[in-house]
Design a protein around this ligand. Structure first.
Ligand code: BGC
Length: 422
């Protein structure tokens, strides 16, 4: 190779390398999580399989998205019962009518600059267990193929809402296989993965981060369950209402035989004084941040919320603690519920999204941080401005030393890590 050709060869390789590096950089969950901020689940719609006239096409419209944007939210989560649209026998063909509906919501979100998390809701693991794996896999492959041209900076995929009735190890290997197979069509999209056993924070320890840097991990916050689900007909032992937050013995409803005869309910009732406290709830959410810090992977609260039958002032207090704690830890979140506040987890009365229909003091209660507050903007790594040998310490916001990964001069920073150089 002569000198000139060698130069060309080197330049070519440098360009190729730059492209590879920048693609890899764009593909990290860390980079994308800073786009989510505060959000809202567009619930009671494409997941509402129990409604006689499912799906009600016009229930949500473009103006709803514009309204959420105007309120300061930065993303929506769209729960979709894809399983209702998927054949029950191989090759498990998905009826693409649902794709058209989802497509229009994606277009609205892009137009109004809101990110969208699409969640695979009400899958059939609960009653079919591992027998359902091939069907989930097949429907996701069709979803991935259909949506391969969507903008990965806007569209995120939540692979399975609240997986349950499945062992952690089985879930772990299935979900990594699912991610690998979807990468064929969605190489640059961010996937969202929950731990098995209903996506609880306490279940995170049973989940190992996958070997794919472009994943955000997700949990749901509904603790204490007797408080957030009081009066909900579909949940166990939630027939009593009036549970206070924080715990107040004078206002506590008296347990009946339904509670005492069910071990889950008796346990939840007995522990209510401990769990329904501000400090317990904060510590609970901090556990998610610690898991994220420890594994150096991003975390997202895809659902949090309180059913409308809870005492209203208590509900606002709970929302305030949970959303502000999440914000202080740089964890993005999405309220479960939007419209139909009179019968759901939502905060807007009726089906029309107008400011005057927002529940009183709701917006003040949630710790909604708009674009002007750079709380979610952290970088996944920094290049240190030093050439000499150095020592490095990283501390969290409480001054505790935290784990960091150091490779040469590039240091990864966790969601709440700050760096002190010596
Ligand atoms: C479920 C909803 C339920 C909500 C609160 C969601 O994950 O899909 O049906 O209302 O959690 O329990």
């Amino acid at each position: 190779m002569d000198k000139c050709n060698f130069k060309k060869f080197v330049v070519k390789w440098l360009v190729a390398l730059t492209i590879v590096i920048s693609t890899v950089y764009a593909q990290t969950g860390w980079e994308r999580i800073s786009l989510l901020g505060s959000g809202v689940n567009l619930s009671e719609w494409l997941e509402a399989y129990w409604e006689a006239d499912y799906p009600v096409w016009e229930k949500y419209k473009e103006e709803d998205i514009a309204f959420l944007k105007e309120l300061g939210f930065r993303h929506i989560r769209l729960p979709v019962a894809f399983t209702l649209w998927t054949d029950t026998v191989p090759p498990y063909t998905v009826d693409t009518t649902i794709f058209l509906l989802v497509d229009s919501v994606i277009q609205w979100c892009i137009k109004h600059d809101l990110r969208i998390v699409i969640s695979y809701h009400h899958g059939r693991l609960g009653d079919r267990g591992t027998a359902e794996f091939p069907r989930i896999m097949a429907s996701w492959r069709q979803i991935a193929y259909w949506f391969q041209h969507t903008d990965p900076e806007y569209v995120f995929w939540d692979l399975y809402n609240e997986p349950h009735n499945i062992a952690h190890a089985q879930w772990q290997s299935f979900v990594s296989e699912l991610v690998d197979s979807m990468r064929q069509w969605l190489p640059d999209h961010t996937f969202i993965v929950a731990p098995a056993d209903w996506s609880g924070i306490d279940q995170l320890d049973s989940l190992q981060p996958l070997h794919d840097p472009n994943i955000i991990y997700t949990v749901h916050v509904y603790r204490p369950f007797l408080f957030t689900h009081q009066g909900a007909s579909w949940a166990p032992c939630t027939h009593l209402t009036g549970y206070p937050f924080p715990y107040d013995p004078a206002r506590m409803p008296e347990a009946d035989t339904i509670i005492w005869n069910n071990p889950f309910c008796a346990h939840a009732y007995t522990n209510y004084p401990l769990w329904a406290t501000v400090s317990w709830l904060r510590t609970h959410i901090e556990k998610a941040a610690q898991w994220s810090q420890y594994h150096q992977v991003p975390i997202y609260i895809g659902e949090l919320g309180v059913y409308y039958k809870a005492p209203y002032a208590d509900r606002l207090r709970w929302l305030h603690i949970v959303t502000c704690t999440a914000d202080s830890l740089n964890i993005p979140w999405a309220n479960w519920g939007f419209k139909y506040a009179e019968s759901s987890f939502g905060f807007v009365y009726g089906g029309i999204a107008h400011r005057e229909n927002i529940q009183p003091r709701f917006m003040e209660s949630i710790c909604l941080l708009g674009d002007s507050v750079p709380v979610h903007t952290f970088k996944p790594s920094v290049e240190l401005p030093v050439k000499q040998p150095f020592s490095i310490w990283a501390y969290d916001l409480w001054g505790r030393q935290i784990k960091t990964k150091i490779s040469q001069r590039i240091v990864k920073i966790g969601q709440r890590g700050i760096i002190v150089l010596k």
